[in-house]
Design a binder for this molecule. Structure first.
Ligand code: RM4
Ligand code: MN
Length: 388
């Protein structure tokens, strides 16, 4: 029998951060499908994130993306979040949707464009001061499409210079989180393609710089749990962007493609102390719901993270350590698999009921009529999204 005792405290404390952009319309380069009831402004996105929290009790923060979530008064948005039972979280900077960024943002060969990108990043630090956010998360679409297009090493120098200028503006309790991604939209070379490059820049910057692991940003077959274990060991894991993928950066529901991989990742989080209160790791989702409804899509992802966490916590570490020490290969693997094969859903249902929530958040949301209500209410105005 697998013991679920250790899982309780971790699950009770677990807080998953939602991406505001998951609630807007999204799609592929072929089509963005508009959905009824989609938010028309950042306040409605925050309200949707709060709804996910209301049904799961585990999603107490929402991350913003600037300028997608630009508002006149951020303290008003922060107060609105608190009124709805959640908080504003990570500030993500968008320096990839302006015509000036055709050849990149922070690594652009033109100093005027680099200055413009830097100014936006500094503006994002000001936003953090207004929202009370701890983390500035940076992902750059920078890179090249053709060999010879630009100097790979000069681009690294330009990137390092801009990062250093941003870093000096951070407050004592603020952090810079650098996110890597193998390819897309650049198809030949990407300026921050992997955890080695991200880590190198973070080490050069200092203590307040950490790496973000987006689970959809690797080459197929990459052992992501190795990366997680390594970054934790170095105290350099800043955040996750959880999502799942079958082929590229698919941004599908977390745990949909490979629940076993999610479990393996969260097991390394446990082993590296990542579930401790002071680990400083932001457990974020980064998703797009192209064809499925968005609020229940986020609810499902939150539940999948909870289930994988419960299984990771169910691994018998003592028995595993003994098996490893005695070279019992099959025994050690069996101990891990016993935890993965455990049905943790009844336990999670019990924890929800303990907090006064319904046992099954998906069913509870469907029965609530909330989806129909916002579809009827949110009529007129411009829907948030990627060009819907
Ligand atoms: C990127 C990356 C970032 C996200 C944007 C929308 O691929 O994953 O985290 O902010 O997409
Ligand atoms: Mn991401």
């Amino acid at each position: 029998m697998v013991d679920l005792e250790a899982a309780g405290p971790v699950l009770r404390a677990q807080s998953i951060e939602l991406p505001s952009w998951a609630f807007g319309n999204s799609g592929t380069r072929f089509k963005v499908f508009a959905q009824a009831g989609v938010p028309r402004d950042p306040f409605e996105k925050v309200a949707d994130a709060a709804t996910v929290h209301e049904f799961t009790g585990a999603a107490g923060k929402v991350a913003l993306h600037i300028p997608w979530d630009e508002v006149d008064d951020y303290s008003k948005l922060a107060a609105y979040a608190v009124d709805h039972g959640i908080q504003l979280g990570t500030i993500n900077a968008n320096v990839f949707q302006d015509d000036d960024y055709r050849l990149g943002s922070v690594a652009n060969p033109d100093p005027k464009v680099r200055r413009k990108a830097l100014d936006h990043l500094l503006r994002c630090v000001e936003v953090m001061n207004e929202t009370g956010s701890r983390d500035l998360k940076l992902w750059f679409a920078d890179g090249t499409n053709y060999p010879g297009q630009d100097s790979i090493s000069a681009r690294q120098d330009r990137l390092a210079e801009v990062l250093a200028s941003v870093y000096t503006q951070l407050g004592d309790d603020q952090r810079l989180i650098l996110e890597y991604k193998l390819f897309e939209p650049a198809f030949y070379s990407t300026d921050v393609p992997d955890w080695g490059t991200a880590l190198t820049h973070c080490l050069a910057l200092g203590d307040k710089a950490r790496v973000c692991v987006d689970t959809g940003h690797h080459a197929p077959g990459t052992n992501i749990e190795f990366i997680v274990a390594s970054l934790l060991r170095l105290g350099k894991l800043g955040s996750f962007d959880f999502n799942s993928r079958f082929y590229a950066d698919d941004d599908l529901i977390v745990g949909a493609a490979d629940p076993f991989q999610l479990f393996r990742i969260l097991f390394e989080v446990r082993c590296g102390g990542g579930f401790a209160d002071d680990s400083g790791i932001a457990f974020m989702l980064d998703q797009c719901h192209n064809i499925e409804p968005k609020i229940p899509g986020e609810i499902r992802s939150v539940m999948n993270v909870q289930e994988a966490t419960a299984k990771a916590m169910a691994v018998d570490l003592k028995a595993l350590g003994e098996a490893q020490q005695s070279g019992d290969v099959l025994g050690a693997n069996g101990i891990l698999m016993d935890a993965f094969d455990t049905d943790v859903r009844p336990m999670l249902a019990g924890l929800r009921e303990e907090r006064g929530l319904q046992a099954d958040p998906m069913a509870a949301y469907a029965a609530s009529g909330h989806g129909e209500r916002i579809a009827a209410e949110r009529v007129g105005g411009a829907q948030a999204g990627w060009g819907a």
